[in-house]
Write a protein that binds this ligand. Structure first.
Ligand SMILES: Cc1cc2nc3c(=O)[nH]c(=O)nc-3n(C[C@H](O)[C@H](O)[C@H](O)COP(=O)(O)OP(=O)(O)OC[C@H]3O[C@@H](n4cnc5c(N)ncnc54)[C@H](O)[C@@H]3O)c2cc1C
Length: 403
């Protein structure tokens, strides 16, 4: 269905998270009017670290925010991989200048709140994008007047807004997903992530500079500096049957130490430092299902939330934004066809990354002979060889897809 009389209507984006903000900028660059709605009263500081690999940075550069991000990021030279059993270093993956020269863009780590704030500032400075907080997108309805109506709730009041299309960027527990028949809901992985940040100087010397990945049976730990290198982000993941649809469940240090009770003393000393931890149930959404239906499309976690074992969740949402913009040029008339083309282009890429994350989930948590084989390969591989294994992930660029 083509709604020719609707060209002057805005595109509504549900969710001002990382994907929604990036999509607002990408679609505005194509000349569309944008209304960005988020159900949160304020875009809060909840959360911890995210990885911005060169593929994500290529999009952020196009959106004009790369330089504004620089004071908030940290650029690790290496990912150091450690045994969570013996405390020994097993291998190194080379990042830093090596990765920048290889793919043209930096490899950064950042606090999610800093990334969201910089994107929001750019959105607020961009005429043609209106942000409405405390506004939950409920539905998209046809009207007799050749346009669509987005139904939303603001406080206790329900309202309608005429629009051309709805982009569901409303995260892993998306409500927009219900507007795309056949799309599956998020599935709990049986894994839980504990997250905290501490002042960098409180961490042992060997934890301060690079990114770290510690692997042990059924659990692993990731850490890297954020906030421009002032704080250390710590994420500890373990199998646990606990589920809740929130990013902000608080838990105490005692519970974290209990889960990691057979880890080396050095790690447990560090885990004992934060005053409090946030606990998240890790969920994923199978990317193979449909993402778009008529004038609605899903993107980011709403379409394809993934387990954080390749640390590409935010990067995939950012890539989605660039590709969505590409398929909705200023003169687009057949929006459903454009949204289907967006979905087609993105699906194979996202499924590929989800596959890597699923494989890593097994490899990180190996024990016994399998762990020994893994550790031997890491020991024998040069840092550059280990980096090159991810060329297809990091070598994607906003203009060319995979080079
Ligand atoms: C508060 C918060 C903290 C997070 N912290 C981390 C972290 O520290 N590390 C990490 O790896 N990942 C974190 N994530 C997830 C990470 O941001 C995403 O996995 C990734 O960036 C993909 O982003 P997204 O835009 O698809 O979804 P998200 O970034 O999750 O954004 C979704 C947005 O949609 C809004 N929303 C939901 N339903 C509706 C609705 N019906 N109408 C309007 N708005 C709606 C939410 O309020 C949210 O702002 C966090 C997400 C949130 C929401």
């Amino acid at each position: 269905m083509t709604r020719t009389g609707a060209a002057h209507q805005p595109i509504v984006i549900a969710g001002a998270g990382i994907g929604g903000l990036a999509a607002a900028l990408a679609l505005r660059q194509q000349g569309h009017e944008i209304v960005l709605m988020d159900k949160a009263n304020a875009l809060s500081e909840v959360g911890a670290g995210l990885q911005l690999s060169p593929n994500a940075c290529s999009v952020l550069d196009r959106l004009g925010v790369l330089e504004a991000l620089r004071p908030h990021v940290y650029a690790p030279d290496y990912l150091r991989i450690w045994s969570g059993k013996s405390g020994r270093q097993l291998g190194r993956v080379r990042f830093g200048d090596f990765l920048r020269q290889r793919h043209g863009f930096p490899f950064w780590v950042i606090h999610r709140a800093d990334l969201q704030r910089v994107l929001l500032e750019q959105v607020e400075q961009t005429p043609g994008i209106a942000v409405r907080l405390a506004t939950e997108v409920l539905d998209l309805e046809p009207t007799p007047y050749d346009h669509l109506s987005c139904v939303y709730r603001n406080n206790e009041t329900t309202g309608n807004l005429s629009c051309r299309a709805l982009v569901g960027a409303d995260g892993v527990w998306s409500r927009s997903r219900r507007l795309v028949p056949g799309h599956e809901n998020a599935v709990f992985s049986g894994q839980v992530a504990y997250r905290a940040t501490i002042p960098l100087e409180a961490a042992p010397e060997r934890w301060r500079k690079d990114s770290g990945l510690w692997m042990h049976r059924d659990s692993h730990l990731v850490h890297y500096p954020v906030r421009g290198g002032r704080e250390l982000n710590i994420v500890a993941l373990a199998a646990e049957a606990w589920q809740d649809e929130t990013w902000s469940t608080k838990t105490d240090t005692k519970s974290v130490l209990h889960v990691f009770r057979d880890w080396p003393a050095e790690v447990r000393t560090l885990l004992a430092q934060p005053d409090g931890w946030l606990k998240w149930a890790l969920c994923s959404v199978d990317a193979s299902g449909p993402w778009s239906h008529g004038h609605v499309t899903l993107m980011g976690d709403a379409a394809h939330a993934m387990l954080p074992y390749m640390a590409q969740g935010a990067a995939m949402a950012i890539e989605d934004a660039a590709v969505l913009g590409k398929h909705l040029p200023p003169d687009v008339t057949n929006i459903p066809a454009a949204l289907r083309a967006f979905e087609r282009e993105r699906k194979s890429r996202v499924r590929h990354i989800q596959g890597i994350a699923s494989r890593n989930a097994k490899v990180f948590h190996f024990s016994g002979v399998m762990a020994l084989a893994r550790d031997t390969v890491l020991n024998l591989s040069s840092p550059e060889t280990l980096t090159a294994r991810f060329d297809d992930v990091y070598g994607w660029t906003a203009g060319n897809g995979n080079r």
